[in-house]
Design a protein around this ligand. Structure first.
Ligand code: CTP
Length: 403
């Protein structure tokens, strides 16, 4: 998931581990988070505010007011605006203060003013970490709902070896990312999407295919992932790039798509079949290139297995199954009968009669029909927008919201 637009305050305390915050800041900025660094005066002895303000693209705040301009750094405002506060490295001293309501710096005042989740990542020597006073303070912070990012075992600045090293920046980033993804509407859900065409081999160099670009399915995979789902994308041949954090499985033929869908479908809460699967495949695939001889030539074809119908016959009441229908005539009636025949929760109808809808375009115009025959018509939109409309219906669906 992306941290785009998230306001993250990093509160840096005076510890040698403060150098790691430079790297962490870079990682967060790369994830498009807005980073505001606040420091204690002691922290500024370990890493310069200039380093951190350059990396965060934001002035670093240390005092209640800027001695040069006399400008007031409003701690209440900083605390209220933050989506998350991370105290790292959190020293025994600062942990002790904030656990007990002591407010003698901008950093401690921001902590007390905050309404957002607070994470704290301690760094200190092993005996300081083990001391009952520190442990009591840690428990106090946890009792307020603050989340501990446990220190690691290893070599410490004192030369001793033990628990007390600040967690690595990558690990802290993972904590932060997980926190935001857990709040997403599809957190913890598995989604399975099929996309693109299938290619049915005729001989080693030829196939039967179709014009599907895969764009609709890829847009859906991306949107489902953005909403917090774990997404598996089973894709026919396309030139599209895999959306970030989506697990993509490449297949070529309808049979291969069926096999992969069978592998993943049981574990999936949401299944969307947007692939343009070949309905027929050659009975025999020539092992050598077929030579040009007669004036006319025909290939015997057999039906492929309907993957969507297969899943529909096997699905449980807890799984949401969505299919597509591409129709040229009698659209609504044909789509409705596919919905019933294939046991779907929704069917998304593309009409070939609509300009800008269907294969290989960047736009689509869909009508969505549900099991109760509610029909919603949408206007012509980009496939990204269509994916958002579809996902909004998914989020609200009772199947995903029943306990
Ligand atoms: N589908 C499938 N397996 C197939 C054929 C189609 O899973 N072998 C799925 C598609 O992914 C789509 C839906 O079935 O979600 C409808 O596809 P469509 O081509 O519109 O309909 P068909 O059922 O193939 O019927 P027809 O071609 O006769 O309209």
């Amino acid at each position: 998931m992306s941290l785009a637009g998230k306001n993250i305050v990093i509160a840096v305390c005076g510890s040698i581990a403060a150098y790691k915050i430079a790297h962490l800041t870079r990682l967060l900025v790369k994830e498009q988070a807005k980073v505001q660094i606040i420091m204690t005066k002691e922290a500024a002895e370990f890493i310069t505010p200039l380093t951190l303000s350059t990396l965060s693209n934001n002035p670093v705040l240390i005092d209640y007011f800027d001695p040069k301009t006399g400008e007031w750094n409003n701690h209440v405002h900083i605390g209220l605006q933050a989506d998350l506060i991370l105290i790292a490295p959190a020293t025994a001293n600062t942990i002790g203060k904030i656990a007990n309501g002591i407010c003698d710096s901008l950093l401690t005042a921001v902590y007390l003013s905050a309404k957002c989740p607070v994470f704290f990542a301690p760094a200190m020597d092993l005996d300081m970490w083990k001391h009952p006073s520190t442990q009591n303070n840690i428990h106090l912070l946890q009792s307020y709902g603050d989340i501990l990012i446990h220190p690691k075992n290893g070599e410490l600045a004192s030369g001793l070896i033990g628990e007390g090293r600040l967690a690595e920046p990558e690990e802290i980033l993972e904590f932060i990312t997980n926190h935001f993804s857990e709040q997403l509407p599809l957190a913890g859900k598995n989604a399975l999407v099929t996309a693109g065409p299938t290619h049915e081999a005729i001989d080693p160099v030829r196939f039967i295919g179709n014009h599907s670009s895969g764009k609709m399915g890829y847009a859906l995979a991306k949107e489902l992932e953005r909403l917090g789902a774990h997404v598996t994308l089973i894709s026919g041949p396309t030139v599209l790039e895999t959306p970030d954090d989506v697990h993509r499985i490449n297949i070529t033929s309808a049979q291969q798509m069926l096999e992969q869908v069978e592998n993943y479908f049981i574990k999936s809460d949401i299944i969307i079949m947007s692939a343009a699967v070949a309905d027929y495949t050659p009975i025999e695939v020539a092992t050598q290139k077929i030579k040009k001889k007669e004036d006319s030539f025909s290939i015997a074809l057999k039906k492929t297995i309907d993957i969507l119908a297969t899943v529909g016959s096997e699905k449980t009441e807890k799984q949401l199954l969505i299919g597509f229908a591409l129709e040229t005539n009698n659209e609504i009636d044909n789509a409705k009968s596919k919905l019933i025949k294939k046991n779907l929760d929704f069917i998304i109808l593309n009409s070939m009669q609509d300009k800008g809808a269907g294969f290989a375009t960047d736009t689509n115009k869909v009508t969505i029909i549900d099991r109760h025959e509610n029909i919603q018509e949408f206007s012509l939109k980009s496939k990204t927008e269509v994916a958002k409309d579809i996902c909004q219906l998914i989020i609200q669906h009772p199947i995903l919201n029943s306990k």
